[in-house]
Design a protein around this ligand. Sequence first.
Ligand code: PSV
Ligand code: MN
Ligand code: MN
Length: 387
Amino acid sequence: MSLDRIKAGLRAQRIETPSWAYANSGTRFKVFPQPGVPRDPFEKVADAAVVHRLTGIAPTVSLHIPWDLVDDWTKLREFAQEQSVALGAINANVFQDEDYKLGSVTHPDPRVRRKATDHLLDCVDVMDATGSQDIKLWFSDGTNYPGQDDMRSRQDRLAEALAEVYRRLGGDQRMLLEYKLFEPAFYATDVPDWGTAYAHCLELGPKAQVVIDTGHHAPGTNIEFIVAFLLRQRKLGAFDFNSRFYADDDLMAGAADPFQLFRIMYEIVRGGALDPAYGITFMLDQCHNIEAKIPAILRSVLNIQEATAKALLVDRDVLGAAQQSGDVLAANAALMDAFNTDVRPMLAQLRADDGRDPDPIAAYHRSGYFERISADRTGGVQAGWGA
Ligand code: PSV
Ligand code: MN
Ligand code: MN
């Protein structure tokens, strides 16, 4: 690919940052408060706007309901516009209520299922008000012990709730269904893998698509295969990018395994799915417990951008010829040459050409923003328990 086309691909790239990544978080042992952390959704949007100004490729922020509930959605929407960003996906939350101990939409009690489904429908109302296109669904539903509940009936209940929400979607709205191997359920999770999510989305129709959270698989899973498969089926709707060493670690994207991130982005480029017009939402889903929030989010955005630049650098003609002739080593080398290229000077130049600081993290540290928010904001909220 020519350098101009590579640069055009990089300029078109869009990454959505999550409101909750700007807030305080910790482990199940301790939440570590940090100075300057947002106190409400407006301040989360303001921080997301800083990330966008510095990188030029993070123009939307996804919200989690009810963590980001506000009285006046128009006000939040207009505030975002003033900051040159927009509100992105609406993440539903049916996992933090006493009633959901045995599940939400798959709960044996129809009253609890009704409550959970109503929350999902409320989220679609929020989308109407915010102009968001996507409702993102992740269910903590599952069981801890064999025999605890009937696994097959739980699938029926899940299908019923999803169908009701699907029917409520407007013409240009989508349902994004996220899977996760385990946690908090330890025996059988109701949407544990891409196959289950895919089958439900297929049954629902074209507006239902699968979300790949990179931290939600068994160790060693070939995630780029899942990407390739779902793209071929037109059923990949979004990513939740993060890194993991063990399970759902929610570390910065590209920190644990930059090679895996490159392989994923290569399949995206190979599938022609990098352009926003294709419709994939590239989100982050991270938790920054010990590292500074905004610099960590910048790091993730830049890591994804670097992986993308390397993916765009792959010489597809050389690779294709090697694959066709069965030259295993040459094919592998075509990928590795791109992965081993240092793309940082090219990206720095690209930013400079676009009138941005070539080093967004250094520019953030110089900007005085952190000092300002540390002085102005006291009592920042905990991720998950927003004002
Ligand atoms: C669940 O582990 C998950 O990945 C889902 O995306 C949730 O909405 C998110 O984390 C935030 O806690
Ligand atoms: Mn996620
Ligand atoms: Mn997760």
